[in-house]
Design a protein around this ligand. Sequence first.
Ligand SMILES: [Zn+2]
Ligand SMILES: [Zn+2]
Length: 125
Amino acid sequence: MRKEFFINCYYHPVTSAIGQCKYCQRGLCPECAAVVDDVLACKGRHEDEVHQLEQLTARNLFQAKRVRSVYMRNAAFYGMVGAAFAGFGWWQLKWLGLQAMLFIALGLFLLYAAAANYFEGRKYK
Ligand SMILES: [Zn+2]
Ligand SMILES: [Zn+2]
């Protein structure tokens, strides 16, 4: 049992609350509570506000997912190009010498960028 459910209805101080309004955090009894998008709101008072709050949260989640996918796409791209450069440099090392080292360095740098993007993307869930 969570602590907030021991409070009484804000509008009926003698009735115990079943939950809280997501907008104003006041206790609500079954008579005063309206269910909006799976959460409680003061009936006839904060239904619109709670609906807007929920819309906002849903949009944030959607955006976080988008940011994450951009990071993951960057990570995949850098990883692929980096591996190609490093592989090419490694393969050409015998013939190109120092020039091949530059390819390897560039490849490693891109692999590092890929890892950085990957870990940054993991922050967004
Ligand atoms: Zn009430
Ligand atoms: Zn309210």
